[in-house]
Write a protein that binds this ligand. Structure first.
Ligand code: FUC
Length: 822
């Protein structure tokens, strides 16, 4: 009897805590009272390979289609083989201070001669023209993030119409269900169109087909073929073919399945039979009833989505349509818009990045153009990395896999670039890449001459390991990490003044210092030093864990010691460059030297307070409002400066409604919640989702930091399912800005060190105040060189809010519940 009682008690406790971590069911919806009239009002669906933007127009429904491998050109490279002839001179001019000459020479001898990257292209549209829907009323349109289903309803002459649309992860097709409240009311004509179509017509009276070919670009012939098919499955009514389209008359209900495939096999090969592939997916899906397709998708999607629940409370402001809420956001109290935006970021990552597929590009997987901004490719001097900042901590590690694969691919293609252009070992990538994994210099030297893309991307290989502790995985990526380090081992060069080892030619993305003759080119920029330091440190640690390459690790350690220290300039700022060239009025969108603050962890208030203060000075100088992704980065940075109120201010800036037709110059959010650079760029969505997480949980400074940057007006809330380094999963409930309950599940065991804003207790286990360094190796911090400080610099003391740091030992598979100390 006694035993039973305690079992029920435990059960009640579990149920109670689960309720505490919940989010208001049914509120995770983007919804509108009008159809989309332009692309930035349409709503995105995706399964990692197929992307679709749905407009929800009752009369002329449009589904704009993307397939993640439909890119211009074909397998290609873009190395400039003249590199070795000009490299010495460029390095010489940079050290002499003749930056312009260096740039001119780099433009000739290092920048790609022709190919500046390929374009991700739209595959066209499926259009449904309805005969009788003019004069509709009671219009409603939503995207339900809990189900990943788009729904629109409206009435015409007393009949209620409904459209439900989703993309299926397991079945690889887009699924549309059209229904009406009365029989025989569905009459429409379906047809494909697309700017790159080569053929569009009907195969039979229920199947449409469109074939297309990607564009030629930068002198590379377009070789990607796509095949799109739509299968109409009607209940009641008839279907006939009319002028290459299918006319459906008086049906009761219609399911349409859309399948799109390309001939892409991998970045080197285009030998898949696109027509067979699209037919195979279609046939498989058509053999299942709609309900089964939907339940399959729900299971697959919710397995990812449901892992994190976030609740910031609600208010009357949340009762309005989403576009109005964004418009009102700065002037009202609408905390639920923040949790919606947060979960939208997770939704977008699940929908645009699935294991085995391509990583999310500048627009994720959604692009309505055949000539998009920046080719909608991969900009790897911030944007692509930012896309993946939420992956591990927001409990979507599987979504990180396409990026890890891209890094593996680049380590192959970039080896040739390192050899051809720089006569170096290892692999290198510059500031852009594409589906063909180009690794040369694109655009022009002032933007592209940055041989650090590989160094930044490689950090993700190690970061993934820190969350999972999976040594087998580490083993599989170690050769890539090692080879990235080997490039810098060869490429670093001694600069004449301090004899530091530096990367040259390079730049601080994409900023030009004043008095630099209009040239961005320089040597030993702060970000480059930080990236090489991190890369070497991580390679050395990985080698240690895997018991490999002792000699190489020793070499890398020695080289690492000779990298420049960070420097604090005359304004008290963290210097962006090797010289004290910063301008306090510079509000450039890139804040590259703050990589060391986030996503790097070389700067923190505990072990590097002077640098922490200098980083803050930079951020104050740069200002808040900028492009979408820049604001997204700043949310993370202010969170790492432990200033939740300022981070929250940036969220407000990011949630500023941007006109979808005439966007202006500042970043913000479109009515469909897509981030506006402008134009649409998805990094801002992902960056902000990451930043919100960093406000609630940080893991990089030797401890699990609970509510490190909680804004004053996020008084009460809860979040569950976040991941921290070392295999910990964390749930937090806070009340009156204090951590009320923290639930930590340990997957790997080991010491758990937590830093909390208030005192907590752990039932049955004595909590020790933490001291010394964290014995848990996943939280090992690295020693940073003392900064060099300008005699003119005025620095401020870092004043921190009081926190409580504890250690307790954990067992794998066990959960620990900490409560506020009363
Ligand atoms: C970099 C940024 C731009 C833009 C582009 C795609 O060049 O500087 O702001 O995000 O990438």
């Amino acid at each position: 009897m006694k035993k039973k009682m305690s079992f029920y008690k435990v059960l009640c406790l579990v149920l109670l805590s689960a309720a505490g971590f919940g989010q208001d069911k049914g509120n995770l919806k983007l919804w509108y009272t009008k159809p989309a009239s332009v692309w930035n009002e349409a709503l995105p669906l995706g399964n990692g390979r197929l992307g679709v933007m749905v407009f929800g127009d009752p009369v002329n429904e449009k589904l704009q289609l993307n397939e993640s491998t439909f890119w211009s050109g074909g397998p290609s490279r873009n190395d400039n083989p003249d590199g070795p002839r000009v490299l010495d001179s460029i390095q010489y001019y940079i050290f002499k201070g003749e930056y312009k000459r260096a740039q001119v020479l780099a433009d000739k001898g290092l920048t790609a001669k022709q190919l500046h990257g390929s374009m991700f292209q739209s595959a066209g549209n499926l259009n449904l023209a309805f005969e009788n829907n003019q004069g509709y009323t009671d219009y409603y349109r939503e995207l339900d993030l809990e189900k990943a289903v788009f729904t629109t309803t409206f009435k015409v002459n007393g009949t209620t119409y409904k459209r439900e649309i989703f993309t299926s992860i397991p079945d690889n097709v887009i699924v549309i269900k059209l229904s009406a409240s009365a029989p025989g009311m569905l009459s429409f004509t379906a047809g494909f169109d697309g700017e790159l179509q080569k053929y569009s017509g009907a195969i039979d009276n229920t199947t449409l087909q469109m074939k297309g070919l990607s564009s030629n670009h930068d002198g590379v012939e377009g070789k990607v073929k796509f095949d799109a098919k739509a299968k109409i499955i009607n209940t009641g009514g008839t279907t006939t073919v009319e002028a290459g389209k299918i006319k459906v008359s008086r049906a009761n209900e219609v399911v349409i399945l859309i399948s799109v495939a390309t001939n892409f096999t991998n970045y080197k090969t285009l030998d898949t039979d696109e027509s067979k592939k699209s037919s195979d997916y279609l046939t498989m899906a058509a053999s299942k009833p709609y309900k089964k397709l939907l339940s399959g998708q729900l299971t697959a999607y919710q397995n990812y989505f449901n892992r994190v629940q976030f609740n910031l409370g609600t208010s009357a402001a949340s009762k309005l349509p989403t576009d109005e809420r964004i418009k009102n956001f700065a002037a009202t109290y609408d905390p639920e818009l923040i949790s919606l935006y947060y979960q939208f970021g997770r939704y977008l990552l699940i929908s645009s990045s699935q294991p085995g597929g391509q990583p999310a590009n500048l627009q994720g997987i959604w692009n309505g153009s055949i000539n998009p901004a920046w080719d909608s490719k991969y900009t790897i001097n911030i944007n692509t990395e930012m896309n993946y900042w939420p992956a591990e901590k927001c409990n979507l590690p599987e979504m990180h896999e396409p990026l890890i694969q891209l890094v593996k691919d680049l380590s192959e293609s970039g080896k040739e670039t390192a050899r051809l252009m720089y006569k170096s070992n290892g692999w290198v990538a510059h500031h852009n890449t594409d589906i063909w994994r180009i690794t040369g210099v694109v655009d022009f030297a002032n933007a592209g001459q940055w041989p650090m893309g590989g160094a930044w991307l490689s950090q993700h290989l190690w970061e993934k390991y820190l969350y999972s502790g999976d040594v087998k995985y580490l083993e599989s990526v170690y050769p890539v990490l090692k080879s990235a380090s080997e490039f810098y081992k060869d490429f670093l060069i001694e600069e004449p003044t301090h004899k530091w080892l530096v990367v040259s030619p390079s730049m601080s993305p994409e900023n030009i210092p004043e008095g630099h003759q209009g040239s961005a080119l320089s040597a030993g920029t702060t970000m480059d030093n930080q990236l090489v330091f991190d890369l070497f440190t991580k390679t050395v640690k990985a080698a240690e864990i895997l018991k490999k390459d002792t000699a190489l690790a020793a070499d890398l350690q020695k080289l690492s010691n000779r990298l420049p220290p960070m420097q604090i300039g005359r304004y008290g700022q963290l210097q962006e460059w090797i010289g004290d060239w910063d301008n306090p009025d510079d509000n450039h969108r890139h804040v590259s030297h703050l990589y060391g603050l986030y996503p790097g962890n070389q700067i923190n208030p505990y072990t590097t307070p002077q640098l922490f203060d200098a980083a803050k000075t930079v951020l104050v100088h740069r200002g808040d409002v900028s492009t979408g992704w820049s604001m997204g980065w700043k949310v993370n940075l202010w969170a790492h400066l432990l200033d939740g109120n300022h981070a929250n201010k940036l969220i407000k800036d990011q949630l500023t409604l941007v006109d979808p037709v005439k966007p202006g110059h500042s970043g913000g959010t479109y009515p469909n919640m897509f981030d506006a650079h402008p134009p649409f760029q998805i990094d801002g969505n992902f960056g902000c989702t990451s930043g919100i997480t960093e406000m609630l949980l940080q893991t990089q400074t030797g401890a699990i930091d609970i509510l490190p940057a909680l804004p004053d007006d996020w008084k009460n809330g809860s979040i569950s399912g976040l991941r921290a380094y070392g295999g910990f999963e964390v749930n937090i409930i806070w009340k009156d800005n204090k951590a009320q309950q923290i639930v930590i599940t340990s997957k790997l065991g080991g010491n758990c060190r937590i830093r909390v804003p208030n005192e907590v207790t752990l039932k049955g286990v004595p909590l020790k105040a933490a001291s010394g360094s964290n014995p848990n190796a996943f939280f090992e911090s690295v020693a940073i060189k003392q900064p060099l400080i300008s005699p003119q610099a005025h620095n401020n003391d870092v004043v921190l809010k009081k926190t409580f740091t504890y250690d307790f030992n954990t067992q794998p598979g066990k959960t620990y519940i900490l409560n506020i100390k009363n």
